[in-house]
Design a protein around this ligand. Sequence first.
Ligand code: ZN
Ligand code: ZN
Length: 418
Amino acid sequence: MTNIPTSPEERTHEQNLDLLAQVAVNVGLGLQRGQELLMTASLDALPLARRITEHAYRAGASLVTTMYSDDETTLMRYQLAPDESFDRAAGWLYDGMAAAFKSGSARLAIAGGNPMLLSHADPDKVGRANSAMSKAYRPALEYISRHDINWTIVASATPAWASAVFPNDAPDIALAKLWDAIFAASRIHTADPVSAWKQHDSILHVHAARLNEKRYSALRYRGPGTDLLLGLADDHLWLGGGTTAGNGLYCIPNIPTEEVFSMPHKDRVDGTVTATKPLSHQGTMIEGIQVRFERGRIVEARATRGQEVLQKLIDTDDGARHLGEVALVPHSSPIANSGIIFSNTLFDENAASHIAMGQSYASTVRDGEKLTPEQLAAKGANHSLIHVDWMIGSDKLDVDAITASGNEEPLMRGGEWV
Ligand code: ZN
Ligand code: ZN
């Protein structure tokens, strides 16, 4: 598509979709001429998948392969498949993905699933199916978590997701509202989205660099229902925005992204923390989460709604009771400003400061990708089949940083950078 108006108000939906695809391919992915692309998308995201495919070929992709999923057929498994089904996963498919990444393929995921899809499915079956999938996917996922390849995630509005986010609106209104929120959060409503992203990316890098210079040993969080001392991993590294993957290509792994994040020390977290937003997990809304840590371990976990799902989650394995990520997001981020609960991590985790239970990212310690699992663990890295982010930031959250010598410096006041 050519001649897209620079004034966002004059653009059609199709033109915004095209700009989002351009951002996904050229900024998010940084696709290289001759590179293959492996994409996953729901059938409801077909229009965006097509625009992305077009821009990928225009950027010189040698082959674009898309794996489509469909909510209706996913549900049929929970309704009709024999019990043994839920300990199975298409291992051959995930092996194929790992082979694609090994041979240099880039990876793009279009997010946009119905957050309530499995809300009526048996939680035990959902848990088993997820854990079988996590195991099978692990070898392929390693290429992504180690940042060996360039990858990104973008979002497409879908009717079911839109209805979950805007339940009181007619379906077409809800869909239009969700698209609008996605375009706004993804900086498509700017004169030149590609340069808007380059500018935003450099701001995130400035924040990360400042934190890295300070080499803080811990963060202290204070807010309503929160008094938490969070130790940072030895040699931890703050990251934000884009990164150069192991294959030398620069990518921004999440569109949108607002966070700077690092690695907590899995055994050095103490105190109580209260969630500031509901957590949408596998079709269940977990609300009012409050958790108490002792020496890094969750020793008490409560939720006003969805307690059973929360309990199952932290019982996944030992690492599920420890933290794997800490992220700072100013309360004034455009996603927080929208006030919308997207029930999708890609958006909600960029709306507020958050922590994640479970697996940590090797990239968040210095030279982490070159360390063995044992060396990583010695620095405080956590290991788990899960990685679940939940929001603890608000306009009432104060964060102090503690230096190696024990001094406290204010980092955030009322949810904003000091
Ligand atoms: Zn995060
Ligand atoms: Zn996370």
